[in-house]
Write a protein that binds this ligand. Structure first.
Ligand SMILES: [Zn+2]
Length: 373
């Protein structure tokens, strides 16, 4: 009798780690006053990393907690930027203080610095966002810049933060412009994820792309009302969208759901000194228009033209930049713009995730025609 053989399908065992969310998220008005237990669980000698002013502001909230839970804290600034120099200085500060926990406080760059420092020193990390400008409080990723603020590279981290403290009272005190920028950064998720991963058959990637669409719709529906009434219900939900849901999408989508041209354009613009006053999300928002313009110009994509017109109207309503002029770059030389376009089209740039080739010349013509009909 012939022996039956079972055919075994080889299983690939490629390491594919997902970091979907922080271990714990606590949220509420004035919630920071109740965060002592969560923080003290993670360490007894925290080093707080943030901007100088933010550290002063937050220490009034945190000092009573540190006293109550017998924590010995040190404070240090991430200035001049989330750069290799700052990380080196902060590594020294970590060692001098014998810190066993890093707490990042502030906007995207402060949080990126704190997360990367914790990752390098293998310490737990708490993030306390003080604006709705990015989802950096959530994600397992840090962007590294030069001391002058030019984007250098990003670093994938080994996990999302251990604790995220979202205190709406802190966010409420931030300038309105930061939330507007956060809306720009968050809405980019849809325009980028749908291009990089819209064809994916992977369950979690499909979920991430669909969440990005939900996020876009929430922002289109609620942003105007949210900005009209800071601290109101719509405002709170828009903050949840920019700080939390945008992070969920990054976590679910992981490496499959990458940024495309909008962020690549942002990265290129950071090499123009005159663009430094513009916030991350403002440059990204303009980058979405450039991306859509490229799809129109090179691919003849009519849907992209419609999307761009819809966004132009939305940007006008909430105050996001629609053009280089709006970004305050009307005086920039052609040479500087060309340089930014070359950086954006660098071989490793995410702009090449577009389904067609883009040259610096094509990019330049898209950059100067974001507003046209
Ligand atoms: Zn971003």
């Amino acid at each position: 009798m012939p022996t039956k053989t079972t055919k075994i399908t080889p299983v690939t065992t490629k390491l594919n780690s997902l970091f979907v969310s922080p271990t714990q998220v606590i949220q509420g008005e004035g919630i920071i006053s109740q965060a002592g237990k969560g923080i003290s669980r993670l360490g007894k000698r925290p080093l707080l990393v943030g901007g100088k002013q933010t550290l002063e502001l937050i220490s009034a909230h945190l000092k009573p907690i540190f006293k109550q839970f017998k924590l010995t804290a040190a404070f240090d600034s991430y200035a001049p930027d989330c750069s290799e120099t700052s990380l080196k200085n902060l590594t020294e500060a970590t060692q001098n203080h014998q810190a066993d926990l890093i707490i990042g406080v502030g906007g995207g760059k402060a949080l990126d610095t704190a997360k990367l420092l914790a990752y390098q020193q293998q310490l737990p990390i708490v993030t306390i966002p003080t604006s709705g400008a990015t989802c950096a409080a959530w994600t397992a990723l840090s962007n590294v810049y030069s001391n002058q603020g030019a984007f250098q590279y990003d670093v994938p981290l080994s996990r999302c933060p251990d604790l995220l403290i979202l205190d709406y009272n802190l966010i409420k005190a931030a300038p309105k412009r930061t939330l507007v920028a956060g809306i720009g950064d968050a809405i980019a998720k849809w325009y980028e994820a749908s291009v990089s991963s819209g064809q994916s058959e992977a369950t979690l990637t499909i979920a991430a792309v669909q969440q990005a669409r939900v996020l876009r719709d929430i922002l289109l529906q609620k942003s105007v009302k949210a900005l009209d009434k800071i601290g109101g219900e719509d405002w709170r939900e828009v903050v949840n969208a920019t700080v939390l849901l945008a992070g969920v999408i990054g976590g679910l989508g992981g490496a499959n759901c990458r940024t495309v041209a909008a962020h690549a354009v942002h990265n290129g613009l950071t090499h123009i000194p005159a663009a430094h006053h513009a916030l991350h999300g403002e440059k990204v928002a303009y980058g979405i228009l450039v991306q859509l313009r490229l799809e129109e110009m090179i691919q003849g994509n009519k849907l992209a033209a419609t999307s761009r017109q819809q966004l132009l109207k939305f940007y006008e309503e909430i105050g996001l930049p629609r053009s280089l002029e709006d970004l305050g770059l009307s005086q920039v030389t052609l040479e500087e713009l060309r340089q930014a376009a070359i950086v954006t089209c660098h071989p490793n740039s995410d702009i090449h995730r577009l389904p067609f080739k883009v040259s610096p010349e094509q990019l330049l013509s898209a950059m100067v025609s974001t507003v046209g009909a």
